[in-house]
Design a protein around this ligand. Structure first.
Ligand code: MN
Length: 140
């Protein structure tokens, strides 16, 4: 095993100390909460737990280096740039390629929490919100 860089220190954050906060309403529809998991001094990886209430979803967006979503609980939807929608549930993994236009969120009748793992900087938000009409087209 290679030696860890000097200065690395383990950090343990108790569940109740994760600083959950409302997601920015200008980029989401419905109630969404962020639980930041990566420490501010950890450059490179942005690890975020994201809790969506039923029906809540992101706006259309892209990620400069792509995004791994790991679904912790509940059931959700992701829509791809070609218009197709994929349903996912706890334990599933969704990968969005760098620059791939998409949105994700909870199903209408289920909350959903996923981990979002990204590098490369901030989400690039597009102008389009996901209207109720568009979202409801994907109800199963
Ligand atoms: Mn995304």
């Amino acid at each position: 095993m290679p030696a860890l860089p000097k200065g690395d220190r383990m950090k343990h954050t108790k569940a109740e100390d994760i600083p959950w906060e409302p997601a920015p309403a200008d980029h989401f529809t419905g109630k969404v909460f962020f639980g930041p998991l990566s420490h501010a001094t950890e450059k490179g990886l942005n690890a975020l737990a994201v809790q969506f209430e039923p029906g809540a979803r992101t706006d259309w967006h892209t990620h400069p280096d792509g995004q791994v979503l790991y679904v912790v609980n509940g059931a959700g939807l992701v829509q791809k740039d070609d218009g197709t929608t994929v349903e996912f549930s706890a334990g599933d993994v969704v990968y969005a390629s760098p620059g791939e236009r998409h949105w994700h969120g909870a199903r209408p009748n289920s909350p959903m929490m996923h981990l979002s793992l990204t590098t490369g900087g901030a989400t690039e938000w597009l102008a389009d919100k996901v209207s109720d009409e568009e979202y409801n087209r994907h109800k199963a």
